[in-house]
Design a protein around this ligand. Structure first.
Ligand code: COA
Ligand code: MG
Length: 300
């Protein structure tokens, strides 16, 4: 039995819908997901205009193309005047997912799910949740396990809001953030929801960014949210399998396929013990490689 391949979410770029040039530029980028933002990056007075600009942009481009970026819309909270308008727009332009900000419990997701049912959104329209407040971290398990009629596509760590809410003073390697990140990762993995790491603000520092991506991958994040196009390449590299990992996975699959090893639970390979769970991991990794190979560049 092989596992269903996990969604490819190495790189997820926030695109401020308030900025016409950034929106235009986003159509030329090869990235796993575009998160069109109507929340933090749009000032109060810009929100209506940003929503209409995004409506025009997404409506004129149709659905996600095979191998093209996932199209996610980060809306304003549903208890603010802009939130419902944003949700209706995202539904009307047939976005692939809606990202809810500042989720503090399963209720926010369940409320959005019901609102989407009322506007006849397809059941494939996923919800994503930003976990970026102390209460959100405390309730991360319940958020990841929310009872929804549609997929919960990702949990997204929001470090800027967390740092501000908890008065954190970050040092290099962000050890101060780990107690906040940990519960979100555990919740995501327990409920099989991918967890995306938060943004790295200093977009001119690509070495620091790459180091944070590598650390994020080692922690179990599926990918990273980004703020600038220059961060896409390093994120894809850090969260994609390395040539050594691909070779090792191919060797494991080949070894278990040998007639002498068929049906065996555990085998010896290059002096090491390899179990069936390693075969499943290897197959999942190779499925990811296949998905990466079909990932397209700009399609529109
Ligand atoms: N998405 C798409 N395009 C972007 C982009 C983004 N997030 N950030 C920059 N670009 C584009 C610029 O529009 C510019 O395009 P052009 O060549 O057509 O003029 C090009 O990339 C180079 O940008 P640059 O001049 O280096 O940056 P900037 O000063 O225009 O923008 C920021 C810097 C930080 C304001 C911008 O990157 C940004 O708004 N990022 C996202 C912020 C956000 O969404 N925050 C909320 C989530 S944390
Ligand atoms: Mg935020």
């Amino acid at each position: 039995m092989t596992r269903a391949p996990a969604a490819l979410l190495r790189s997820a770029l926030f695109v401020p819908a308030a900025h016409a040039r950034a929106l235009e530029k986003s159509a030329s980028l090869a990235v796993d997901a575009l998160i069109f933002d109507l929340e933090d990056s749009a000032a109060e007075g810009e929100k209506g205009e940003a929503r209409e600009r995004l409506r025009g942009h997404l409506a004129s481009r149709g659905r996600q193309t095979a191998g093209g970026p996932l199209r996610v819309v980060r809306i304003n909270p549903l208890d603010t005047p802009a939130g419902t308008e944003d949700l209706l727009m995202a539904c009307a332009v047939r976005a692939d997912a809606i990202l809810l900000p500042k989720v503090e419990g399963p209720e926010a997701l369940e409320q959005a799910d019901i609102a989407l049912q009322h506007c006849d959104a397809p059941p494939t329209l996923a919800l994503w949740a930003m976990v970026e407040t102390p209460m959100g971290v405390l309730k991360a398990g319940a958020i990841a396990g929310a009872a929804l009629s549609r997929p919960l596509g990702a949990l997204v760590v929001g470090p800027n809001d967390l740092v501000s809410a908890a008065g954190l003073l970050l040092s290099p390697g962000r050890p101060e953030l780990m107690p906040w990140i940990g519960p979100i990762l555990v919740a995501g993995h327990a409920h099989r929801v991918p967890v995306l790491d938060g943004v790295y603000n200093d977009f001119a520092d690509l070495d620091g960014f790459s180091a944070e991506c590598s650390a994020g991958r080692r922690l179990g994040f599926c990918g990273k949210t980004l703020i600038h196009p220059s961060q896409i390449g390093p994120a894809d590299a850090a969260f994609g399998p390395t040539p050594d990992e691909i070779a090792a996975a191919e060797a494991i699959v080949a070894a278990f396929a040998e007639p002498a090893h068929r049906g065996r639970g555990v085998i010896r390979l290059d002096g090491r013990m390899v179990e069936r769970l390693h075969l499943l991991q290897a197959e999942a990794l190779l499925a990811r490689v296949a998905a990466i190979r079909t990932r397209k560049g700009p399609t529109r």
